[in-house]
Write a protein that binds this ligand. Structure first.
Ligand code: SAH
Ligand code: MG
Length: 197
C-alpha cells in the first residue's frame, strides 16, 4: 500500500465533497478487521475507492474485496486510485446499481460494508444476510443520518431515506437471530452479527 497516495486520494475526495468514510468510523471497522482478517469483504458503495483501499490493509493473505458502484465516473476514478495506491488485484469493482447486481451474486462474505443509497438499506440488509458467513459481520454507515433517524423529524425531502434507515434498525434489532449495536461515530454506524442461524 502506498500511504502517500492514499493521503492524496483522501484529500481530493474531501475537496470534491465525495462522502468518504469518516475517520472515527474507519477506526472502528479497522479495529475489527485487524483481529478478524477477512478473506472476502463486500462493499456496497465504492465512490472513488477510498474505504476499499483502506480495508485492503487488513485482508487475509489472498483475501479480496468486491465493491459495487453505479456512477461510471467514480468507477473510473476508483480504478485509477487502486493502481496509484498499489493495491491492484485485491479489489473487484462491479459497475451498476447494487439493487440489480446483488441478487446475481452468490459469494460468502466475512464482512459486508453498506455505504450507498439510504432508501435501499432494508434491501441491502436482506442481501447482505443472504451472503454473510455464520460468524460474519455487517457494518452499515450513515445509519443515524445527521441525527434525523432518531429524532421525530419527518418533514424533509429525505424522508424516504429516514424511513428506510429506521426500517433497517428495526429489522436489525428486532430480529431474534441478529445482534445489533448502533454507534454514534461519524454519521452513525450499525454493527450486526448473527446470534444463531
Ligand atoms: N464507501 C465509500 C463512500 C461511498 S459514498 C468510501 O467510504 O470511500 C456512496 C456511493 O454509493 C456513491 O458513490 C454512490 O454513487 C453509490 N451508490 C448509491 N446508491 C447506489 C446503488 N444503488 N448502487 C450502486 N452504487 C450506489
Ligand atoms: Mg458513508
Amino acid at each position: 500500500m502506498n500511504i502517500e497516495e492514499l493521503k492524496k486520494i483522501k484529500e481530493k475526495a474531501l475537496e470534491e465533497h465525495i462522502p468518504i468514510i469518516m475517520d472515527d468510523t474507519l477506526d472502528v471497522i479497522e479495529e475489527y478487521l485487524k483481529d478478524n482478517k477477512p478473506k472476502r469483504l463486500l462493499e456496497i458503495g465504492t465512490a472513488v475507492g477510498y474505504s476499499a483501499i483502506c480495508f485492503t490493509e487488513f485482508l487475509d493473505e489472498n483475501g479480496c474485496i468486491d465493491t459495487i458502484e453505479r456512477e461510471h465516473e467514480r468507477v473510473e476514478e476508483a480504478k485509477e486510485n487502486i493502481k496509484k495506491a498499489e493495491v491492484d488485484g485485491k479489489i473487484n469493482i462491479y459497475e451498476g446499481d447494487a439493487v440489480e447486481i446483488l441478487p446475481t451474486m452468490d459469494y460468502k462474505y466475512d464482512v459486508v460494508f453498506i455505504d450507498a443509497a439510504k432508501g435501499k438499506y432494508p434491501f441491502f440488509l436482506k442481501e447482505a444476510l443472504r451472503m454473510l458467513k455464520n460468524d460474519g459481520i455487517i457494518f452499515a454507515d450513515n445509519i443515524l443520518y445527521k441525527g434525523y433517524v432518531l429524532s421525530d423529524y419527518n418533514k424533509h425531502k429525505q424522508r424516504t431515506a429516514v424511513r428506510n434507515l429506521r426500517e433497517y434498525i428495526k429489522e436489525a434489532t428486532e430480529n431474534e437471530n441478529l445482534d445489533t449495536e448502533i454507534l454514534e461515530v461519524g454519521d452513525g454506524l450499525a454493527i450486526t452479527k448473527f446470534v444463531k442461524r
